[in-house]
Design a protein around this ligand. Structure first.
Ligand code: ADP
Length: 459
């Protein structure tokens, strides 16, 4: 229907323009009829006829463009868009960038109120890949994940099975290589118009190429994680082991004075601890990735857990000043005492490591009653983090390579484990940072949990 109307308008306009030209020609011919002879009249008619024919093409294209602009803003060629997205995806290898590209094309082409792409994680849950518009809200995202969990077919809304979301139009699973790599959330159009068959073809086409691109990027990432694993593990295990072997050999061969012996033993002890913590990190990553995070939730007095983590951090440095800033009316919080202690301990140890010139480290705890949560934060005045590195820090083995981080030891696993554990306890972790000024890491734990369940096992 649309196309017929469109053609009608276009040809109407072309006929109008041609009619104007012809009437001008007739007008000229009759005006010059008296003074001009027959050959001149024929010549004028031929010239005007030629002009009308030459103008037909450009007039038609121009009129079509004008009509499209005025009446058919939403028209697009879905094959062309799929083709250009597919070409653009060839040069993008990162899952987050792929997600952003796909969501922004879908939202802008279909003029949606919002769009989101969720990525399947190794522990069979979903992470946000990209969001736009109405799906930027964290509570909505959690709801979307619940709606999609355990399903692998396109869901169209409104849907009798759920009325949770009035703005949601489609949940589209993304599958490639026989594997579910994520899903796409599509809101209703901002104009509230219904989805046409072209819109559906576009969605299906983009979902298929997005799934392929994500699948490829995930495979590549796994390979590079494996490579990084080998290089980090060999460096982080091999280096301390070499130091231990060197000093034990020295101790066996020589008989140094007491003070030297103590120093050598301390070196052996420190490096053994380094190996032990690396092995712990690797075991924790393996548990997380095979879905075996064992969380034991208890009602805990936060100040007790934080004091332990703080004592350890204080002992590890002589260069830093520690400031504690706690709200006086903190409620008891439901969490896994050991794991939460290790999360905060890791943030404090990073604050020390990544402010090598010293400075103030602030441990703050706020009771955010409005949002029913307690927020623990660790701030430093160290080297800071660039915005584009923020999200990647929470993935396995990601370490920022900058001149300032050269020589600072680490495995790139601490923040990954911290994020997985925090989320498994029902919390959230994020950061704010300014390059060369310092960073603040936040961990928020809910305080409005159901009272009867005090034990959760993610097995
Ligand atoms: P590790 O410290 O063992 O490398 P993490 O997972 O704890 O691993 O941290 C990952 C990366 O994040 C670090 O390598 C570092 O580049 C960066 N980082 C973490 N905490 C800070 C901080 N407080 N300030 C600046 N950079 C940080």
């Amino acid at each position: 229907m649309n196309i017929i109307a469109r053609r009608g308008v276009i040809y109407g306009l072309i006929i109008g323009v041609t009619a104007i030209l012809l009437s001008t020609a007739i007008f000229f011919i009759s005006a010059f009829r008296q003074s001009a002879g027959v050959p001149e009249q024929i010549l004028i008619a031929l010239v005007l006829g030629g002009i009308a024919t030459a103008l037909f093409g450009p007039v038609r294209t121009g009129t079509e463009a004008l009509v499209d602009k005025l009446f058919y803003k939403d028209r697009y060629d879905y094959r062309q868009i799929i083709q250009s997205v597919s070409t653009a995806l060839n040069s993008v290898k990162d899952v987050t960038e792929i997600s952003h590209l796909v969501v922004s094309v879908i939202v802008s082409t279909l003029n949606l109120a919002g769009g989101a792409l969720f990525l399947r994680t190794q522990r069979s849950s979903f992470d946000v890949g990209a969001t736009q518009g109405i799906f930027s809200d964290a509570d909505k995202q959690a709801l979307l994940v619940t709606l999609m969990s355990g399903r692998n077919k396109l869901i169209e809304f409104p849907n009798p099975a759920t009325n949770a979301f009035s703005d949601l139009a489609f949940l589209v699973p993304l599958t490639a290589g026989g594997k579910e790599v994520g899903f796409l959330c599509v809101s209703r159009k901002a104009s509230r118009q219904a989805f046409s068959s072209d819109d559906r073809f576009l969605l299906q086409g983009l979902a298929a190429i997005a799934a392929m691109a994500l699948y490829g990027a995930m495979l590549l990432r796994d390979v590079s994680v494996r490579d990084t694993f080998v290089s980090v593990a060999s460096h982080e295990l091999r280096t301390p082991l070499t130091v231990i072997l060197g000093y034990t050999e020295l101790l066996l061969r020589r008989d140094p004075p007491d003070s030297t012996r103590k120093q050598w033993l301390k070196n052996i002890f420190d490096n053994s601890q380094r190996i032990s913590s690396m092995v712990d990190d690797l075991l924790n990553v393996s548990r997380i990735q095979s879905g075996r995070i064992n969380i034991k939730l208890d009602r805990v007095k936060l100040s007790d857990v934080l004091k332990e983590a703080l004592t350890f951090a204080r002992e590890s440095t002589g260069k830093h000043e520690f400031v504690v800033d706690m709200d006086p009316d903190l409620p008891e919080v439901q969490l896994d005492r050991d794991k939460f202690g290790q999360v905060v301990g890791n943030l404090l140890s990073n604050a020390v490591k990544y402010s090598p010139a010293g400075g103030r480290i602030t441990l703050a705890v706020r009771n955010d009653k409005g949002q029913h949560r307690v927020v623990v934060s660790v701030s430093d005045q160290g080297i800071g983090i660039e915005p584009e590195d923020k999200e990647r820090l929470f993935t396995t083995f990601h370490r920022i390579q900058r001149p300032e981080t050269q020589g600072i030891r680490g495995s790139g696993l601490g923040l990954y484990i911290a994020k997985e554990w925090t989320e498994a306890m029902g919390g959230k972790i994020w950061l704010e940072s300014e390059l060369n000024k310092g960073s603040t890491f936040f961990v928020a734990m809910p305080t409005n949990y159901p009272s009867e369940s005090n034990q959760r096992n993610n097995a």
